[in-house]
Design a protein around this ligand. Structure first.
Ligand code: SAH
Length: 229
């Protein structure tokens, strides 16, 4: 799976996608057994400023018809999209998502569908008041919202989507992590987890791990978790 993020703040996003599980998934895995396994995902960034083609690399301008705030210019975003996926032969494998508080609400099903159906997911992050609407018209975009609140930019929504789609890509989660659906004993609603030590003291209170977890009785643990769902 290849992600392409169009954003004015690539470095902010890269810090996140290069860390931990997503970071590992972008590397050629030469893990134990010397079996070279390929990269599972790539995350590519495109800064509209690099495609602004004017003196000050200006990416925003005043809205036609007045109103507060600035609007991101269409051309730098369209050029960034061209650079990202414009030349891909199989455009059916390309999906373009426009981050928007008015878009379709993102959920786990969308994450799974994206991972299954596409090779390239382009995520366009707006800033200021948003992006010139001609981008939506020129490209076949789907507007996506991560929730009923308004953020200052589309970067966190884009990262949210990348994170949840990437963990549906086979091989991204390692042996020690696992997809909720693959587990027999702990679905996504399994809400209780503990690790050592079995007892901690916080503000003079003893906080113990429920004894069932220390029992080693797997069936009892499964039952306990099921009841807590
Ligand atoms: N005034 C604009 C909001 C701009 S928010 C309006 O009413 O639509 C600036 C940018 O942040 C948006 O272009 C979008 O890309 C992103 N954004 C903000 N909230 C979001 C949300 N809940 N989901 C997805 N993207 C969001």
């Amino acid at each position: 799976m290849n992600f392409h993020v169009i954003t004015l703040f690539p470095e902010v996003c890269r810090a996140y996608t290069d860390a931990s599980i997503l970071g590992r998934a972008q590397k050629t895995d030469k893990g134990k057994g010397a079996k070279v396994r390929g990269k599972k995902i790539s995350v590519n960034y495109y800064d509209p400023r690099d495609y602004a083609n004017n003196k000050n690399n200006k990416v925003d301008d005043k809205p036609y018809g007045g109103g507060p705030g600035m609007v991101m210019r269409a051309e730098p975003v369209l050029k960034a999209w061209d650079k990202a996926v414009g030349r891909k032969k199989d455009q059916k494998k390309v999906k373009t998502l426009m981050m928007s508080p008015r878009g379709k609400k993102f959920d786990q099903k969308m994450a799974k569908d994206l991972a299954k159906k596409y090779d390239h997911v382009v995520l366009i992050s707006g800033r200021y008041e948003g992006i010139d609407s001609r981008v939506n018209k020129a490209l076949k975009v789907q507007e996506v919202s991560v929730g009923d609140y308004v953020l200052t930019g589309g970067e966190l929504p884009a990262l949210t989507i990348i994170d949840s789609v990437a963990r549906q890509v086979p091989g991204v989660l390692g042996a020690f992590e696992s997809l909720e659906d693959d587990r027999s004993d702990a679905g996504p609603a399994s809400s209780e987890f503990y690790t050592r030590p079995a007892e901690i003291i916080y503000k003079k209170k003893k906080l113990k791990v429920p004894s069932v977890f220390l029992s080693g009785n797997h069936a009892e643990i499964v039952k306990y978790r099921a009841e807590k769902k």
